[in-house]
Design a protein around this ligand. Structure first.
Ligand SMILES: *[C@@H]1O[C@H](CO)[C@@H](O)[C@H](O)[C@H]1NC(C)=O
Ligand SMILES: *[C@@H]1O[C@H](CO)[C@@H](O)[C@H](O)[C@H]1NC(C)=O
Length: 760
């Protein structure tokens, strides 16, 4: 890496001024049994090898067109030059022959995808871990490392095992005993190379694993590891969360008001625009997640290629997390003049310098927890080995603490995406007891999925309004609208069905007119439909404890005033039976929507603590006509229906007036008699054609999206025309829908939804 890469770097600085066009020839770069394609042109373009299913390109997946007009030279994962033609090889899993005190079946030279191995221990030993493991397409065995543990265990630590592909030295497991691991050639060791038995009976560091060039972490694996590590970190920083799970708790509990500094370091070198955007979005997702905890971190953000650009400086006192996020959103990769270098060391030096400045100026720097999150999708090609700088950073923090405790003040998470130096990634990342900090992901899409999935790992924080965006990801419709539920009411004659929205694990909002006085709780069920589940005919059904109608709702109260049905205050809260099996378990498919004017919404909108309900409404209802949507069912699928809420002035007046076009109100003169202050109005064709609600949509939510979260502003109540009878779901000029405005019924919500923190 050293000398040669330095020369390339100096050379590149000179030559971009002169801009000599470069082309790399695609003659003679082919791969046996596979194909390739080139992304981009000339200098910096990428050659990507593609192999048939269950095979991988050996020795490299990707080559870059260098300034010399040559593709990156072929090298094996061990760093040796490879002078033959690249070839597609079958994906294999690391062999489990280090398995001790037992036997592996079958005994093979190589293990291919789909192959299963089983493990048995000799007499006197018990098996910990998986008895049977199957080789998976990402080059790992499923399950956990099988270990034969001696029955009469007198040592402090249990046998840490020998993960597949590795060999171990060290057979004593008492306090301070050390074991070290090595992977067979052709593989890189991921995790801790060395582990020490601690007094607590735990081994230091994380379990090692042997990775081939094609071995990746799946988003599920990465999300679950990252989620628990980050939770451990954030929850100790959160004074509101006293109950930390024992197994992942950290030793140092932060004092209230202590500080968290997060340094985000993003690789911008030769990544395709789309990939860069995905990385940015992933980081923004992470910042959203962190903003849900009661910690207000300071952020630094760097973007690096050959050089490093500081996007956000941690010393900037006026920068709050929301502004930092905005800065990142606005940042363009084109701000780098030269995007061809991957200089991780240079970037880490910037982090070091900024952290040193913090140490020099902050009185309580020794109390600050520092988190570095590095995302890279390239191989280091200049600047040299970043690891020595990581060591410098380790010495900088937590000076007052010694040994292990010092570790508590620094967490370095490293995400490698695609074809990266796994060795560097593993070396740079922190290795803490039962926590993972190093991840390799197959693509930027997987990275995004990891951060999205991670959000779901933590059900301790019920983040409201989170949902998956539909495009680009393999999402189910329920994941797009996780708050959306059905409500069924069984009656002697005919079953009725309405929609509702989850606002807590025991609470669902819907409209009052869904229910009749004779309905009892037993006849009402809340249904979380999941059409994409393995068994779509078995939806999740929740039992109901009580139905709370708005006390002022009274549908027949104006019968004598030519108003046969009156929908003012048409809102109800369905309360579920409070037992562990019946409570809604939050997941990607079931999650609360944000209710405006709550602390939960404030965080979701990323407004300052102490801001008012009006501040939230200024963001949600920021102009006279705002975009919103509701969810309808079409061909058993959920569908997004776009509408515009006419909030003020002439558009609202016109919308409200059309209420008189309802056949029910044909004898009325004044629309104000039926469209009270409680209603929001949608529909019509001005400024655009809105979509309209149909009968079964009643009780569903009227939703506004902000900051990639969903906020419920209304409950669907009634419409003036039955467009659906004509099989139309879009509006004509005067077909309108009326929704109960949640803001106007806060007095009803507050005393019942006690789990939400309402603000005035
Ligand atoms: C591993 O995968 C196989 C096949 O998909 C499955 O039958 C088995 O239960 C899995 N084992 C573990 C331990 O997850
Ligand atoms: C660090 O240690 C010194 C000397 O033991 C002590 O005076 C100082 O208060 C400590 N600082 C913190 C922040 O704990």
């Amino acid at each position: 890496m050293g000398a040669t890469s330095l020369i390339i770097c100096i050379f590149s600085l000179v030559s971009y001024a002169i801009a000599v066009p470069v082309t790399c020839s695609v003659d003679d770069v082919g791969i046996k049994e596979g194909s390739f394609h080139v992304i981009g042109t000339g200098f910096g373009s990428k050659l990507q090898y593609v192999c048939p299913e269950n095979e991988y390109p050996h020795p490299m997946q990707r080559r870059i067109c260098e300034r010399t007009g040559e593709w990156t030279r072929l090298k094996t994962i061990d760093g040796l030059f490879y002078n033959r033609k690249p070839e597609c090889r079958k994906i294999i899993c690391p062999d489990p022959l280090g398995f001790e005190h037992g036997s592996v079946e079958p005994f093979d030279l190589q293990y291919y995808i789909g192959q299963t191995t089983t493990y048995q221990c000799f007499d006197g030993y018990v098996l910990h871990g998986s008895e049977s493991r199957t080789c998976q397409p990402h080059g790992k065995w499923n399950g956990t490392t099988p270990i034969c543990v001696r029955r009469s265990e007198e040592e402090a630590c249990t046998d840490p095992g020998v993960p597949a592909g590795s060999t171990r030295t060290g057979d004593n497991f008492d306090i301070d005993d050390k074991v070290t691991y090595e992977c067979k050639s052709g593989m890189i060791l991921f995790g801790s190379k060395e582990r020490v038995c601690q007094e607590s009976g735990e081994w230091t560091g994380s379990e090692p694993a042997c990775y081939y060039s094609y071995t990746y972490d799946t988003p599920d694996e990465a999300a679950s590891e990252l989620g628990s590590s980050l939770n451990a970190l954030l929850e100790v920083s959160d004074p509101e969360k006293p109950n930390i799970k024992k197994d992942h708790s950290r030793r140092i509990i932060l004092k209230q008001g202590s500080t968290l500094h997060i340094y985000i370091v993003l690789d911008t070198s030769d990544s395709v625009q789309e990939e860069f955007e995905k990385s940015k979005e992933s980081i923004m997702d992470l910042m959203d997640k962190i903003s849900a905890y009661e910690v207000s971190p300071k952020y630094a953000i760097f973007s690096f290629a050959s050089k490093t650009i500081t996007v956000v400086d941690i010393a900037d006192k006026k920068m709050d997390p929301a502004q930092a996020r905005q800065k990142l959103e606005d940042f363009q990769s084109t701000e780098h003049e030269d995007q061809t270098g991957t200089n991780i060391r240079g970037a880490m030096e910037k982090v070091y310098v900024m952290m040193s400045a913090q140490k020099a100026t902050l009185k309580d720097f020794n109390e600050v927890r520092n988190v570095i999150i590095l995302i890279t999708d390239g191989r280091v090609n200049m600047g040299g080995d970043p690891y020595p700088v990581v060591r410098q950073i380790q010495y900088l923090v937590g000076t007052n603490a010694s040994g292990d405790a010092r570790d508590e003040y620094l967490d370095i998470y490293v995400f490698g995406v695609g074809d990266v130096d796994k060795d560097i990634i593993n070396k740079m990342a922190s290795h803490k007891t039962s926590e993972e900090h190093a991840f390799v992901l197959n693509s930027h899409l997987d990275l995004k999925e990891t951060f999205e999935k991670m959000i779901d790992e933590s059900d301790s924080v019920a983040l409201c309004g989170l949902h998956k965006e539909s495009q680009g990801l393999k999402t189910s419709k329920q994941e797009n609208y996780p708050w959306h539920v059905s409500i069924t009411i069984t009656r002697p004659q005919k079953a009725e069905s309405c929609k509702g929205s989850i606002v807590g694990n025991l609470y669902v909002l819907t409209s009052a007119h869904c229910f009749m006085p004779e309905d009892d709780e037993g006849s009402v069920k809340v249904i979380i439909d999941d059409r994409d589940a393995e068994n779509p005919d078995k939806p999740i059904v929740k039992s109901v404890e009580s139905i709370l109608l708005h006390p002022k709702y009274s549908i027949y109260s104006k019968k004598n005033e030519n108003i046969p049905e009156f929908y003012d205050y048409d809102i109800a809260i369905v309360v579920l039976k409070d037992d562990d099996n019946n409570k809604i378990k939050f997941s990607q498919k079931a999650r609360p929507i944000c209710v405006p004017c709550t602390e939960e919404s404030r965080r979701a909108l990323r407004l300052q603590p102490g801001t008012s309900c009006k501040d939230q409404m200024d963001v949600l209802f920021f102009q006279d006509i705002v975009d919103a949507f509701f969810v309808t069912t079409e061909n058993k699928d959920l569908k997004n229906m776009n509408v515009k809420i006419k909030l003020r002035n002439q558009p609202k007046r016109k919308c409200d007036e059309d209420a008189l076009k309802a056949p029910l109100y044909s004898k009325l003169q004044d629309w104000k008699e039926v469209v009270t202050d409680r209603f929001l109005c949608t529909g019509g064709t001005d400024p655009e054609i809105d979509e309209v609600t149909c009968k079964g949509d009643s009780g569903g939510s009227l939703v506004i999206k902000r900051k990639r979260r969903a906020f419920q502003v209304g409950v669907i109540s009634w419409g003036n025309k039955d467009m659906c009878a004509q099989k139309r779901k879009s509006s004509d000029v005067d077909s309108r829908d009326y929704h109960i405005n949640l803001l106007e019924v806060q007095d009803f919500l507050k005393p019942h939804l006690k789990h939400l923190q309402f603000i005035n």
